[in-house]
Design a protein around this ligand. Sequence first.
Ligand code: NAP
Length: 307
Amino acid sequence: MTGTVLITGPTRGLGRAAVLAMAGRPSSVRPDLLLLGRGLSAVAAEARALGARVEEVTADLSRLADVRSAATTVREMLDAGAVRPLRALVANAGVMSADTRRASADGYELTFAVNYLAHSQLIGDLVGSLTAPARVVLLGSNTYHANVWRRLLHVPEARWRDPLELARPATGEAAPGQAASGVAYSNAKLAILYYAHELQRQAGPGIAVSVFEPGWMPGTDLGRDAPAALRSIMRGVARLPGVSTPGKSGPALASLALDDRWAAARDGAFILKDKIIDVQPVAHDRNRERRLWAATTELLEHASTHS
Ligand SMILES: NC(=O)c1ccc[n+]([C@@H]2O[C@H](COP(=O)([O-])OP(=O)(O)OC[C@H]3O[C@@H](n4cnc5c(N)ncnc54)[C@H](OP(=O)(O)O)[C@@H]3O)[C@@H](O)[C@H]2O)c1
């Protein structure tokens, strides 16, 4: 599939690897790239050096006003023909805030705000600008449910609550700690699964919605504000054989955005590296999906009228 791919969070980790994998394709199958995030010049230069046409759209995803204005910029670029038609939107940016009291510029819990709310704003603003057949790829994580390994490693699963509560930062004198941070991350990733299912129902047949799980990549900067000792252990684990890395999963993400092989991946299909897998029953819940959609509208409208 040629045309343009928009990707958020292209500056490091998985996003950067996916960008370079797309930029390094032969010109006949190389998309134009719209990079959306902060501090984009280095990765944009790397992608251009590989031959890609690249546009930079600066936005801090913890500010919904930035996201809205980035979407306007993208629409203007598409209307002006500055890039080819938009065929894929990859909502890759993510963060795992160590302190769940931290709020976005709009007053929402930071992990929920960046991973989920910013992308629902962006996708809502741009879904009408996609040219069918088009793809929306969201970033999920298996941490939404527990298994033996994640229990052993103390990685908490999601504990779903009403989305208005998930959006509310914690309060109190002391930071709620690592476990609360993990729950907030897993909740945000479960929200992405619910959102993907509802988005597919709302977006219509020309747009295929899927969710990518890159595998555990402990060497990235996702938990960059976690304690230094934990980060150092993670860097060690990242070197073990069999552990995922951006170098392995980035090209897989690029493939999901572009390749015919994935043309049938829709309805929120969950792709673990390069295989579609079934999600747990908890990830399919029409009531939660409908409620999330309505609450998201409320949260985004509230932010837009108060910014
Ligand atoms: N690492 C894993 O094991 C793992 C597993 C499953 C899923 N994932 C998902 O994969 C995606 C990429 O994660 P990663 O591991 O590659 O993490 P990473 O190395 O920390 O990269 C995260 C990207 O998101 C961007 N970002 C974060 N906050 C932002 C903000 N407020 N505004 C704009 N951009 C922002 C970062 O940009 P800056 O450089 O500007 O901060 C960076 O480009 C995330 O959605 C993550 O949840 C990761």
